[in-house]
Design a protein around this ligand. Sequence first.
Ligand SMILES: [Cu+2]
Length: 217
Amino acid sequence: MRLRLVMPLCAALLLIAGCGSAATYEVGQQYYPPTPPSSSSSGQAAGSTTTAPTTTGTSGAGSTSSGTSSGTSSASSPLSKYLSVSTAKKTVTLTLIAGLKSSPSPFNYDGTLSGQMVVSVPTGWTLTVDLQNQGVLPHSAAVVRNSTSLTPVTASAATPNAANGIGTPPGSSAHFSWTAGAVGTYAIACLIAGHETAGMWATLKVLPSNGTPSISG
Ligand SMILES: [Cu+2]
């Protein structure tokens, strides 16, 4: 009799503890504004339809499951909102937020550092980099041969005046386009002195022409 009462209580406590740790984990991993991208309708639909009508216990379970699904970022990167692809036009547009405030380092692109973000583009496709500075320092972006290079692969593969960068908000954005060249691994880096070595670069992979554009990290 007593055991029968205790067991469900333990189960309930475990559930609560599980929910708590899952939520903490998600916050700890959160590099980005916690609002999910409005375009990911699947996530929103799942969140809104999860057995909402009843108790707080039910909604807690719902938020835990959505947290878990976004936590499995290896399958679907949270960075995917920064990449837009047109297969018909063979264009890839990468939005680079420079100095995202939620990152511990001011030298981040989209909250990532030191090649952690990997963008892949097939050779011959047009990569447009749309740089938006949200930080407290000037920043720039350029395609370079590797993460120690300060020289764009072509003169136009960089935001204007890349050694000095664009200013801080508001009104601080710039872009450039580059037709992806030879297959290989490159970097997209900030060319202001010291920024690249501080980690302000992303990995850029040029794939064979039949490759599929992607972003991960
Ligand atoms: Cu910079």
